[in-house]
Design a protein around this ligand. Structure first.
Ligand code: PHE
Length: 330
């Protein structure tokens, strides 16, 4: 038996130790053989032989276990030394991530209005007819409700076509005054160079006592905002129509490409349309049961802003996840 104690002592690695274990404790191992031999020994010696064998059995097992722990610890130390990494080394290529141009533009818009004390509200992308249309003075059979424009679900539910329902929901459960913007994704059945089925809007709403909110207030803040976004540009307001505002206007900026001289992008007009706005229609206040108030509202497409700021030609490229395009905005 002594040779097995020596073998355990001399084993250099866990594999060798395992071989020894099988040779000693295996089915056909040394111990099994010794116990087998015991059967043919004289009866009066059997008890002593069995006792000796059992002593060896537990002693050898203890040796094996202890040695195994020693070897494993050693092997771990060797492995840790070999695999150590120098965390202070520079990697050959690391690339910083960046915000998507749409999100970056959205953040900048939100930043402006937050600084002007507008609170930021978000709502549901799946909306009902009342909040998306009815309360916004878009009665049934209004052309803007055309199936071409809106994604409908069952039971008069739909994907919001603008973030105006967030304003309605806010007014329904908040007393005036209100000073809010609603940024978020909106959905329309459109797909071409300048339209995608999903895009982002930021809409704004300000409500205060009757007579306190004027078109001049609206004009001032939008001009200031557009100069913050586009720098040194001219701003003009053109009369327009929206069901939820009266009077309404569309807002143009002087073309950021040709500085107003007239080019392909502005169709030789020198102007680019960037915003819709107006004084909130009394029918909207009636729908949310507001009395003796006045207010203004505006809405814009974030992708359009991002395209003009970064001079991107095709709106769809913003949603293709093309790494080559995105890398340009790092
Ligand atoms: N809700 C309008 C849209 O989706 C934008 C808008 C908001 C226009 C408020 C005027 C006033 O196009």
């Amino acid at each position: 038996m002594k040779e097995w104690y020596d073998a355990i002592k001399e084993a250099q690695n866990v594999e060798k130790l395992e071989e020894i274990r099988i040779s000693v404790f295996g089915k056909k191992g040394v111990l099994a053989q010794e116990f087998a031999k015991m059967k043919s020994a004289p009866n009066e010696q059997k008890a002593q032989i069995a006792k000796d064998l059992n002593t060896h059995k537990s002693a050898l097992m203890n040796e094996l276990t202890a040695k195994k722990i020693t070897l494993q610890t050693l092997e771990l130390q060797v492995a840790m030394k070999a695999e150590s990494i120098d965390v202070s080394l520079f990697s050959s290529k690391s690339q910083a991530g960046a915000l998507h141009p749409v999100m970056e533009t959205m953040d900048k818009i939100v930043e402006y209005f937050s600084a002007m004390n507008f609170s930021v509200k978000t709502g549901n992308m799946v909306e009902d007819d009342f909040n998306n249309f009815e309360a916004l003075n878009l009665p049934k059979y209004h052309p803007a409700r055309d199936m071409q424009d809106t994604f409908y679900f069952k039971d008069e539910m739909l994907l919001r076509t603008h973030t105006s329902p967030v304003q309605i929901r806010t007014m329904m459960h908040t007393k005036p005054p209100i000073r809010m913007i609603a940024p978020g994704a909106v959905f329309r059945r459109d797909y071409d160079l300048t339209h995608t089925p999903m895009f982002h809007q930021v809409e704004g709403l300000l409500v205060d006592e009757e007579g306190k909110v004027s078109f001049a207030n609206l004009k001032y803040i939008l001009e200031d905002f557009l100069k913050y976004m586009f720098g040194d540009i001219e701003v003009r307001f053109r009369p327009s129509f929206f069901p939820f505002t009266e009077p309404s206007a569309e807002v143009d900026i002087s073309c950021v490409f040709c500085k107003g001289d007239g080019c392909r992008v502005c169709s030789k007009t020198g102007w680019l349309e960037v915003l819709g706005c107006g004084i909130v229609d009394p029918n909207v206040f009636e729908a949310v049961k507001y009395k003796n108030v006045s207010g203004y509202a505006f809405g814009l497409g974030v992708e359009r802003f991002a395209m003009l700021i970064h001079q991107i030609g095709d709106l769809r490229s913003l949603f293709e996840g093309d790494i080559k395009l995105l890398e340009q905005f790092q």
